[in-house]
Ligand binder design. Structure first.
Ligand SMILES: Nc1ncnc2c1ncn2[C@@H]1O[C@H](COP(=O)(O)OP(=O)(O)OP(=O)(O)O)[C@@H](O)[C@H]1O
Length: 286
């Protein structure tokens, strides 16, 4: 078992955010961490990444407790891509990505380190931008550079906190496919906090649903993405289908296209412009 989290509890001050969280991600598995805004996904990822120190609980990577490991030792076993990229703006892409090799080299990167860096850059589709300054990249390109930096760390566990939020559809899919391939080929465990249920179902082997700091379900996408659980967690009525072997979640809508939450959505305010099915402006002042 590569990543094993047991009875993890975390508080911001007196506010309990994670409560006895226990789950495991096997070697070679890609696990999605789902849950609504504020459910504690980032906090859990940060605790596993060593950014936050838990109040109690254990985090094992290949049997070694990582809570309390020094920065350098931790960076050799856990790679972390934060939600809001702290991109080092005064560096080129190559210089930023080689920072991921820091735990592995002594005074200076070796030729092997640079070849690992270049391969990570290529894998994230940034080969043409390798010598470009980070400050000159788009948000999505910078996010891909941060993923390349984590890949260059060559760790046993890869943590990604909503890494696809700034990426266009092509790079969302390519990143998820790449992480899935790396987990399988290199036997590492990956944990990704993600909002897109269908991407989670399509690319991940395991789905953990967090709600109010507790784990509500943990299983394969088919087991965990249960319509009743999703209704409870997101307060949206959904249908779950099996399509071409993959689970697909669709919001159920009424005849006006509104999701069925049991609550009536407020009417559009006067002057608000919306579009009906025929693409005619509705509710606009004329
Ligand atoms: N630095 C902080 N200090 C105090 N409370 C915090 C801090 N960061 C997050 N929180 C609170 O902890 C709870 C969990 O936040 P967290 O960011 O882990 O949720 P999340 O599931 O990742 O949300 P999102 O999907 O919106 O990114 C929220 O109630 C949030 O307000």
């Amino acid at each position: 078992m590569s990543l094993s989290v047991t009875d993890l509890t975390f508080r911001y001050g007196k506010r309990q955010i994670l409560d006895d969280v226990t789950f495991e991600v096997a070697s070679g598995a890609f696990c999605a961490l789902l849950g609504p805004n504020g459910s504690g996904k980032s906090t859990l990822v940060k605790a596993v990444a060593g950014v936050h120190r838990p109040a109690s609980g254990t985090i094992l990577v290949d049997g070694t407790d990582t809570v309390g490991l020094g920065r350098r030792a931790l960076a050799k076993v856990v790679g972390y891509v934060p939600q809001h990229g702290d991109a080092p703006f005064d560096l080129t892409v190559r210089e930023a990505v080689v920072l991921g090799r820091t735990p592995h080299f002594g005074l200076a990167p070796t030729s092997r380190d640079w070849s690992i860096v270049d391969s990570a850059i290529d894998r994230m589709g940034l080969g043409d931008l390798a010598d470009r300054n980070m400050s000159e990249l788009s948000g999505g390109q910078a996010q891909r550079a941060l993923i390349a930096r984590a890949l260059a760390q060559e760790t046993r566990v890869l943590l990604l906190d909503e890494p696809t939020s700034a990426l266009d559809l092509r790079y969302q899919i390519e990143t998820l496919q790449l992480v899935r391939r790396i987990t399988r080929e290199e036997g590492i465990s990956a944990l990704i906090a993600i909002h897109d249920l269908n991407h989670a179902a399509r690319y991940c082997d395991q789905v953990v649903v967090l709600h109010g700091g507790h784990i509500l379900t943990d299983g394969t996408p088919q087991e965990a993405l249960d319509a009743e659980v999703l209704r409870q967690v997101y307060e949206v009525d959904v249908e779950v289908h099996l399509r071409e072997g993959y689970v697909e979640v669709r919001p159920r809508t009424d005849e006006h296209g509104f999701t069925l939450t049991g609550k009536q959505l407020p009417p559009l305010s006067e002057g608000h412009v919306a579009f009906d099915a025929a693409q005619e402006p509705v509710g606009a002042r004329r």
